[in-house]
Design a protein around this ligand. Structure first.
Ligand SMILES: [Zn+2]
Length: 478
């Protein structure tokens, strides 16, 4: 595929395991911002370039469609992370095949994943830019610097041109479900909250919260619990928010996420968070509460679907009381059974985040074309699972999976629940590890997938397409 302006054409070329950026122009001035090797083909000037940051930035200057856009003008959006840097073309094709109803967020990685893989925010952006050129994508995309827990993480995302910032004050959420006392609440950092306990009581105790299907009378205990559980997280969220908005030199959008915490966000707690963040001057377009249980990595929803529907309806109803922001579903991949109800319950004002599921498409390519490498990844993922499972919502049991792969149908293995989760959360140790001969697994992985990028793109287009389809019926901006 080729991207074109009046003065410049760009495409990605594959020579075995090596990719390069190919540019052609009638006027050599159009090629001046790029680093590469020049040649002539008749009247046309050619430049063969490495996939470097300099060249990605020059592409973004030359092609406005390669600059990330705001997501908020689109009611429904879907994020696809890319741990390998090779998934964007397949993901973009999937979006292209489902119309323009769902805004794609094609550059998306959490700070944790970047650190685990030794990737910079800029390299995540570069990979998306080159992938979009490869896909010939000209319909716009979003870029989400995900799960940011420090001002330094914000700086990284701003520097790399990210537009969406997912601020995660989850480390400051207290693990309480009740039983808190006024003394616990007194101990909150009231000066940072620019508030007093008396004022909080006056604002919330006795109010009736309408969450669509039901009304909740808010008690003193509800208010104390919400304040103790989330008060310090409000302070942290505002600290991050102010840093982001004060330092941004381009327009940005904020999601607040508390999804990676121990206990469900009750409806009043959602209301409290929104109301307090608003009081302290924040605005945001997306919010991820901690939902009911059942969101496990790489598997369909395992919880009670009706409970989830009521939960989402209520969260959506609360968001409407603050002008309407989208409800963000994290760990959203492979939850095919609940997508229709997610769209219905939120009236399409929803964001779905997936990440590791695209990596599993790369794993499928490795299993098909380099079973020996797959075995090395399997061994490492399986061995590291005990530790990895501590930081994820997963329930796979390694002892139900094979230690030896001889005679095992690898495609079948990858689609089984236990193996899927083990591979899903084992990406860091695997990609940072070495094969039995001592060679870096990441290099070999990228080489195999690059050589078979056609298959990889087909697998991704089909798999991500299954995620997009249920969301694609919602009209843009509707
Ligand atoms: Zn999350």
């Amino acid at each position: 595929m080729t991207l074109r302006t009046d003065s410049l054409e760009a495409s990605i070329r594959y020579d075995g395991p090596v990719r390069s950026l190919q540019l052609t122009a009638a006027d050599p001035a159009a090629l001046a911002p790029f680093d590469g090797e020049a040649s002539l083909a008749g009247e046309r000037h050619l430049l063969s370039c490495a996939l470097s940051t300099t060249n990605a930035k020059a592409l973004q200057e030359a092609f406005p469609v390669l600059r990330p856009q705001l997501i908020s003008p689109h009611r429904t959006s879907l994020g696809t992370g890319d741990r390998t840097g090779l998934a964007t073309p397949g993901q973009a094709r999937a979006f292209g095949e489902h119309g323009t109803g769902v805004m794609p967020v094609l550059a998306q990685q959490s700070i944790r994943e970047m650190d685990r893989l030794g990737r910079s925010a800029r390299s995540v952006m570069d990979d998306a830019v080159f992938g979009l050129v490869e896909a010939g994508w000209s319909s716009g995309f979003g870029a989400d610097c995900d799960h940011i827990k420090s001002t330094e993480g914000i700086d990284r995302g701003l520097e790399a041109g990210f537009v969406m910032f997912t601020l995660d004050p989850g480390d400051m959420v207290a693990d309480v479900t009740g039983g808190v006392t006024a003394a616990d609440a007194e101990a909150l950092p009231w000066d940072h909250l620019e508030d007093t306990l008396e004022d909080v009581r006056a604002r919330y105790v006795g109010m009736v919260l309408d969450v669509g299907h039901t009304q909740i009378e808010v008690t003193e205990q509800d208010v104390l619990t919400a304040a103790v559980k989330y008060g310090r997280a409000v302070v942290e969220a505002i600290r991050l928010y102010r840093h982001a908005t004060e330092n941004a030199r381009h327009e940005i959008e904020i999601e607040f996420a508390v999804d990676e915490t121990a206990w469900l966000t009750t409806f009043f707690e959602h209301f409290y968070l929104a109301s307090e963040l608003r009081r302290l001057g924040a605005s945001w377009f997306s919010f991820a509460p901690r939902y009911v249980d059942g969101f496990e990595k790489g598997l369909d929803f395992l919880g009670d679907a009706e409970e989830l529907r009521e939960n989402l309806e209520a969260h959506h109803a609360i968001s409407e009381q603050f002008g309407g922001y989208r409800i963000s579903l994290h760990s959203g991949s492979d939850k095919f059974s609940i997508y229709p109800l997610c769209v219905e319950a939120t009236q399409g004002h929803v964001h779905l985040k997936t990440s590791g599921t695209s990596y599993l498409c790369g794993i499928e390519v490795v299993a098909a074309h380099d079973p020996e490498l797959f075995a090395a990844i399997w061994d490492i993922s399986r061995a590291s699972y005990v530790r990895a499972r501590a930081s994820y919502q997963v329930s796979a049991q390694a002892d139900r999976t094979p230690t030896s792969l001889s005679g095992v149908d690898l495609a079948e293995l990858i689609s089984s629940s236990d193996a899927r989760q083990i591979l899903h959360v084992g990406y860091g140790d695997s990609l940072n590890g070495t094969d039995p001969a001592g060679a870096p697994i990441r290099d070999r992985f990228l080489e195999v997938v690059t050589r078979h990028q056609g298959l990889h793109t087909d697998l991704l287009a089909a798999h991500i397409g299954r995620h997009i389809a249920p969301f694609a019926s919602v009209p843009v901006g509707g």
